[in-house]
Design a protein around this ligand. Structure first.
Ligand code: AMP
Ligand code: ZN
Length: 464
């Protein structure tokens, strides 16, 4: 099967051909840990988890290396720690833990490596020294800056000329910079700011050099896929490219660059700075949306309904619809399925630049077949597709297959409850009272009480 991926570097879909099929290497820029992640931040986590699953399927689970970093040194972190009166370490540890707890509910596999920037200060210093020695960087006033005029390919990824960048960018004007677009590799720290000894005094790294150093150490000088949200193309990824290429002298840093579109609220990017955000945590705890509990898999499916490069407009209605869709599918799959028996047409759809809308329409078809022609094969095809896409987990099969899914919360799983309630309604329609009672008992052992209403619907609540 040919995998085709859209490459931001060439602005077209390309056939994916790994440098080493025995070790396919991808890097995704991870969170800066100073606050709860919002559901916009969940988008790259989910989208590139689907890519990870697909690559594992195509090349074998042990032949894919996925690195997603944690940025735990950044001025936003310093400012927040000061504001809260806590140590930087306390803030970053707490936030990283929260991030893991939040995304565990989204059905994502654990990346192969999750490096923290503070553990890679040595390689960052090493790279900066190489860049200075090669004439790509200069020391000025305790800072080290990258000279963007030192490489004629600066702008390779974002396809902008230096003149356009200067005209369009909000650049930090600083007296020690030779050129407005030069960016910081290293900056001095005072007694209150975290700092490390370096040839340029006590200081800390700039954001871009962190990813260049972490990807270098885990994936090498050139690797297969580098990904993140579309807002990272410029300046973050452009600067990563400049640093890594100039340090090691290769034509590219990564062969394929992938970028997900924004999750938007009323046409605007969901972001911390605009204040229009919902955190993953809030959604899971449903603090904002009344008594409903939103399961992470519903959020996952809601994201996958749209192709990863398109924007998504966020609405609560979208979640409501998605939740009943997922519950129906899970009920229809009747506990069958294995993530390793994924239907080949699903793999085909995803191999066309992660065409998840097409994968979802395949799920619709499989759901229909499972209901109209109930057979173990049909249940299995649907269940396997759901599991492969990370929309439904059964611990036993995941463990057997070595799927390292981080353990979820011990909360009630509303999608599972909905699906059991739907199965029970089906049994009642078929006058299968024994099955209906069995499901009621199963729900009772989960601490769920159900009530059959006069209008034929069934409602449920968690017994305290
Ligand atoms: P940050 O912590 O802001 O660097 O973001 C972490 C990741 O989330 C990056 O890959 C961003 O591109 C991505 N991201 C941030 N906001 C959004 C959004 N509204 N929609 C989609 N991706 C986003
Ligand atoms: Zn990065």
């Amino acid at each position: 099967m040919t995998l085709r991926l859209y490459n931001t570097l060439t602005r077209r879909k390309e056939e994916f051909s790994p440098i080493d099929p025995a070790n396919v290497r991808m890097y995704v820029c991870g969170p800066t840990v100073y606050d709860y992640a919002h559901i916009g931040n969940a988008r790259p986590v989910i989208v590139f988890d689907v890519l990870f699953r697909l690559l594992r399927h195509l090349y074998g689970p042990e032949h894919v290396t996925y690195v997603r970093n944690i940025t735990d040194v950044d001025d936003k972190i310093n400012a927040r720690a000061k504001e809260e009166g806590v140590s930087i370490r306390e803030l970053t540890e707490r936030t990283a833990k929260q991030f893991h707890a939040d995304i565990a509910a989204l059905g994502v596999l654990t990346p192969t490596h999750e490096p923290r920037a503070t553990e890679f200060i040595g390689p960052m210093i090493e790279m900066i020294e190489i860049l200075i020695a090669k004439g790509n960087a200069y020391v000025a006033d305790g800072h080290v800056l990258f000279d963007v005029t030192s490489t004629k390919d600066y702008g390779q990824l974002s396809k902008r000329s230096l003149d356009e960048m200067v005209a369009g960018a909000r650049v930090d004007v600083a007296p020690y910079k030779r050129g407005d677009m030069d960016f910081v590799l290293w900056k001095p720290s005072d007694a209150e700011t975290p700092g490390w000894d370096s040839p340029w005094g006590c200081g800390r790294p700039g954001w871009h050099i962190e990813c260049s150093a972490m990807s270098w150490k885990h994936l090498g000088e050139v690797f297969d896929i580098h990904a993140g949200g579309i807002d990272l193309v410029f300046p973050h990824h452009e600067n990563e490219v400049a640093q890594t290429r100039c340090a090691f002298g290769h034509k590219v840093m990564a062969n394929i660059w992938m970028h997900n579109g924004f999750l938007q609220v009323e046409g605007q990017k969901m972001s911390k700075s605009l204040g229009n955000f919902v955190t993953i945590n809030e959604l899971l705890e449903a603090r904002k949306f009344g008594s409903n509990m939103w399961h992470g898999k519903v959020l996952r499916l809601a994201m996958l309904l749209t192709h990863y490069r398109q924007p998504i407009d966020w609405t609560v209605d979208r979640l409501v619809e998605t939740r009943s869709l997922l519950a129906d599918w899970i009920a229809s799959a009747k506990n069958q399925g294995d993530p390793n028996r994924v239907p080949s047409k699903l793999v085909e759809a995803l191999s066309d630049d992660l065409n998840t809308p097409s994968a979802i329409s395949i799920l619709h078809g499989l759901g229909k077949s499972a209901r109209s022609e109930p057979s173990v094969e049909n249940f299995d095809a649907l269940g396997s597709a759901l599991k492969f896409l990370g929309l439904w987990e059964s611990e036993k099969s995941d463990k057997i297959m070595g799927y390292g899914v981080e353990s979820g919360t011990d909360q009630v799983d509303p999608v599972l409850v909905d699906s059991l309630v739907a199965s029970r309604l089906e049994a009642r329609k078929a006058k299968d009272w024994k099955e209906s009672d069995r499901i009621r008992d199963e729900l009772a052992t989960m601490g769920i009480a159900i009530r059959d209403n006069k209008d034929g619907t069934t409602t449920w609540e968690v017994k305290l």
